[in-house]
Design a protein around this ligand. Structure first.
Ligand SMILES: [Zn+2]
Length: 289
């Protein structure tokens, strides 16, 4: 499996469905987290581990049961949430992580570098801080669950949806950290996001991540606003609903034409315009169809 880049093994459409589910899952857990933490942050990381087969088959049942759990908890309105621990929620193969203040860790680092080893080697934390870094090992827990359900010999793909694009902030460097993690472990990762923090260079982050063939970066361009009528997971698992989401129809048309993430980025750069979402969609539709 490792002899091919990840983006040649997966359809953008399938990855889009998964990342949209993961984003919505993370968003839906924020009211639960707000019952446990002193203030709620916009930034969150929702992560899961899936197999290549699950993505190819668009079998995302790994999200169904946790999602039902979240809905039950939201309805109860109490603060007894047993999956809460240290600014995070953990369900079987999914974790939702907020940034930590003490020690100061972003969600991506909490997941991929809980002991701070990579950040220390990258010169991002001092030896003093390093001794203090000892976060929960979410990835180990998730992998254990993954191997229990998918079998020891199944290759896993780590999927991370971060509200903000993995940052390029001096002291955190989450984009570089993800790249470094992948190089050290040879693991496959899928990364997506929907906003850019004002102090992060999106193009730099994208360049770092997309030059790694084990990382599949999905641009937020592929996300559609969630439909208000969505009541249950099955609705999300259906293909794009063309009638209610004209933007998605345009995305689908473009996906069918096989336009890759990479080409989209190149074209965007050529035009040197920073237009996003629907504006970019219109540009492609008019120019290419
Ligand atoms: Zn960061």
């Amino acid at each position: 499996m490792k002899d091919k880049p990840l983006n040649e093994m997966l359809k953008v459409e399938s990855v889009s469905i998964l990342m949209r589910l993961l984003r919505d899952f993370g968003r839906n857990t924020l009211p639960l987290l707000s019952r446990k933490v002193p203030f709620i942050q916009k930034q969150f990381v929702a992560a899961t581990i899936v197999s290549l087969r699950e993505i190819v088959n668009e079998d995302f049942h790994v999200i169904v049961e946790p999602r039902n759990q979240v809905e039950r908890l939201l309805a109860r309105k109490d603060t007894d949430i047993h999956m809460y621990e240290n600014y995070s929620l953990y369900f079987n193969r999914i974790a939702v992580l907020l940034n930590l203040q003490e020690p100061n860790m972003h969600g991506e680092a909490r997941l991929l570098d809980p002991m701070g080893n990579i950040k220390k080697d990258m010169g991002l934390i001092s030896s003093e801080e390093y001794h203090y870094t000892n976060d929960i090992k979410f990835l180990e827990r998730m992998k254990y669950q993954f191997y229990q359900s998918c079998g020891r010999n199944t290759e896993c793909i780590i999927c991370i949806f971060s509200h903000h694009v993995p940052c390029t902030l001096k002291t955190h460097q989450c984009a570089r950290l993800i790249d470094e993690f992948s190089k050290r472990t040879n693991e496959f990762l899928i990364i997506s996001y929907e906003e850019v923090f004002y102090d992060t260079d999106e193009d730099e982050a994208w360049n770092i991540l997309s030059h790694n063939s084990n990382i599949f970066c999905l641009h937020p361009f592929y996300f559609c606003p969630p439909k208000k009528s969505d009541k249950n997971i099955e609705t999300y698992l259906l293909p794009w609903d063309e009638e209610e989401e004209p933007v998605c129809r345009r995305i689908s048309r473009r996906l069918i034409r096989g336009l890759s993430n990479k080409r989209y980025r190149t074209e965007k750069k050529k035009r040197k315009s920073f237009c996003r979402h629907s504006e970019v969609l219109e540009f492609h539709v008019h120019e290419e169809i």
